[in-house]
Design a protein around this ligand. Structure first.
Ligand code: SUG
Length: 436
């Protein structure tokens, strides 16, 4: 196989995007709890990031939003009657449950799954394990529908292998690719998989368990000498790095990270160098960029992408341009003698206010040309398809949403009508349960 490239599958931001303060340890989510959201702007910001990537020559795909509100979960929790009654009752007696089942959190597809590309697996297939996201209720209800979406898009048993999410709830808490990176001399070469797990800090709980990362590596058949398991620093976790991708990103030969990412920095870097001798480590010194600056600006939650000419670009959130110290570090990185030589700043503020930067919004799948041809083409984007999705957003999304609006069953109908139209646009058939 040839023509390996990384494709980014972004989460298409759903019509119920809101700020409910649901994620302990995620500072932006806590800070913006109860704020008024703008789902239309959120989805359009996401789509303009996707357009920017296609203009850079990157392969860009997307995953559809999950059906929210999740009526199946509300019914399983004892709310009964017609769909409208289910929403009314939950809104009256348990508005906090209602907010959870309304979350548009599937937009952060870095948490959708962990992926192993075909050069790394024994059967030469691309392996997917959807994340169980066990540590937060609103995210723990994603895995079932996410599995369905992945199977719908990567629908070819000869090329794609789909594992079930890990069992065991928080005991095998798995947050997907947000704590995983792949290093390789070229995308099509055998890669080294870096799994970063956590242990609870003094302030915040760790979401990714070491035993979960190990299980994913086993399921994907990764060779022992091509995997590295490293513990995240408790200082970073307690400062708000609830996923490791808040403090570091890997692509190709490059690992770009904050020096306080790992609990045992020396040991971790030595293990990474031993498994991937070709690695080029670009580290921010804490005297130049403090953890607080890194976490408030999401400097390291950037997408690090390989461009066709061999250069690499950082796709960064605007917030990292607005902080003088992180901006200076980015400029220094881009002009230094290393593979990163472009910085592109994107406005994804609606997502950022829930703790989701550019890298949270995408799931990376390295694929050969043949494998790209086997993907459901409706989910690979070009200018025309992006424009069609923008028109769909313009037609169906609100530009103002509060937590009180979630109690109105008419809003549920509006959200479902939007998703129903999307399945029509994409020829998906009756994909969502509410359509059956
Ligand atoms: O799981 N925020 C998400 C953000 C996920 C970011 N993803 C990565 N770092 N890869 C989370 O904490 C907030 C929802 C709310 O509070 O309404 C939320 O779920």
């Amino acid at each position: 196989m040839s023509g390996y490239k990384e494709a980014n599958f972004d989460g298409l931001i759903g019509p119920t995007h809101n700020y409910a303060g649901l994620s302990l340890g995620n500072i932006a989510s806590a800070k913006n709890a109860g704020a008024v959201s703008n789902p239309k702007a959120a989805a359009l910001q996401g789509l303009s990031k996707m357009r920017a990537l296609t203009k850079l020559g990157c392969v860009q795909g997307f995953l559809p939003p999950l059906a929210r509100p999740d009526l199946n979960t509300l019914r399983a929790l004892g709310f009964s009657g017609t769909d409208r009654q289910v929403i009314e009752k939950a809104g009256r007696v348990a508005p906090e449950i209602l907010a959870n089942v309304y979350s548009a959190s599937s937009m952060w597809t870095a948490n959708a799954a962990t992926v192993a590309p075909s050069p790394d697996t024994p059967d030469g297939k691309i392996h997917f394990t959807p994340a169980n996201l066990a540590s937060n209720f609103h995210r723990a209800i994603e895995a079932g529908q996410t599995s369905r979406a992945l199977k719908h898009i990567f629908n070819d048993e000869k090329r794609f292998a789909h594992h079930p999410p890990l069992p065991g709830g928080v005991h095998f808490g798995d947050e997907g690719a947000a704590n995983h990176g792949r290093l390789a001399e070229k995308h099509g070469a055998k890669g080294v998989h870096l799994f970063v797990y956590g242990e609870d800090g003094a302030r915040f709980p760790a979401r990714q368990k070491r035993r979960a990362s190990e299980a994913v590596a086993r399921n994907h058949g990764l060779a022992a000498d091509k995997t590295v398991f490293v513990m995240q620093s408790k200082t970073a976790l307690d400062a708000g790095a609830f996923h490791n991708d808040v403090v570091g990103v890997a692509n190709g030969r490059v690992l770009f990270l904050h020096e306080q990412s790992f609990e045992d920095r020396e040991g971790a870097l030595a293990a990474i160098r031993a498994a991937a001798p070709f690695v080029e480590i670009i580290e921010a010194d804490k005297r130049k960029v403090s953890l607080e600056d890194a976490i408030s600006s999401y400097l390291f939650n950037s997408q690090l992408v390989s461009l066709d000419g061999g250069e690499m670009a950082l796709i960064l959130p605007k917030e990292s341009e607005e902080n003088a110290r992180t901006k200076a570090f980015i400029e220094e990185t881009v002009s230094a003698n290393n593979p990163i030589n472009r910085a592109v700043y994107m406005d994804v503020r609606e997502s950022m206010r829930n703790g989701g930067g550019p890298a949270c919004l995408r799931l990376r799948v390295v694929m050969s040309e043949e494998e790209r041809g086997a993907v459901n083409q409706n989910f690979l984007l070009d200018a025309e398809k992006i424009a069609a999705l923008e028109a769909w957003v313009e037609k169906h999304y609100r530009d103002r949403l509060t937590l009180d609006d979630l109690k109105d069953p008419t809003f549920m109908e509006e959200a479902f009508a939007a998703l129903d139209a999307l399945t029509g646009l994409l020829g998906m058939g009756a994909f969502y349960d509410f359509q059956k």
